[in-house]
Design a protein around this ligand. Structure first.
Ligand code: RB5
Length: 147
């Protein structure tokens, strides 16, 4: 299951992304915002999606704001969340293969739905390589423990 969220800047794009998830048969839960309001801020939606992924209620997360940046900064505050902002296929592929990324953040003001669909296909299908990368990824949450 995918948890999806947006702020005011990502509201329209989230609708298009959900339409695409319906088309490809991916199950998702809309964590908001559910109605457009210009005061709907990214930390609120990032918290809802970050928490769902961190607690294991969702396997993956999708977050959409103006740039994707604010969403990723907030989502990465949660244990077990590995959120990335990426706008090219190579980076998305390696974010799965090497970093086991579980949340992807898109910028509705910098990307179109065509590119987002391509990137989602990679994000949702590319397996993690594990091995030496698994040890590195385990380090992420140790940083939270140590600080
Ligand atoms: C909202 O204006 C904008 O700052 C937000 O959507 C996002 O891009 C933040 O990182």
């Amino acid at each position: 299951m995918i948890a999806i969220g947006c702020d005011h800047a990502g509201f329209e794009m989230k609708k298009l992304v959900m339409e695409y998830l319906d088309q490809i048969g991916e199950e998702y839960q809309d964590k908001g915002f559910l109605v457009f309001d210009k005061n709907d801020d990214y930390p609120v939606a990032a918290k809802a999606v970050g928490r769902a992924v961190s607690k294991g209620e969702a396997d993956r997360g999708i977050l959409i704001c103006g740039t994707g940046i604010g969403m990723s900064l907030c989502a990465n505050k949660f244990r077990g969340v590995r959120a990335v902002v990426a706008s090219d296929v190579f980076s998305v592929r390696y974010s799965r293969m090497h970093n086991d990324a579980n949340v992807i953040c898109f910028g509705a003001r910098v990307m179109g739905i065509g590119l987002i669909k391509e990137l989602l296909n990679v994000f949702l299908s590319q397996p993690f390589e594990g091995g030496r990368h698994a040890e590195r990824v385990k380090e992420f949450d140790r940083i939270l423990d140590e600080n």
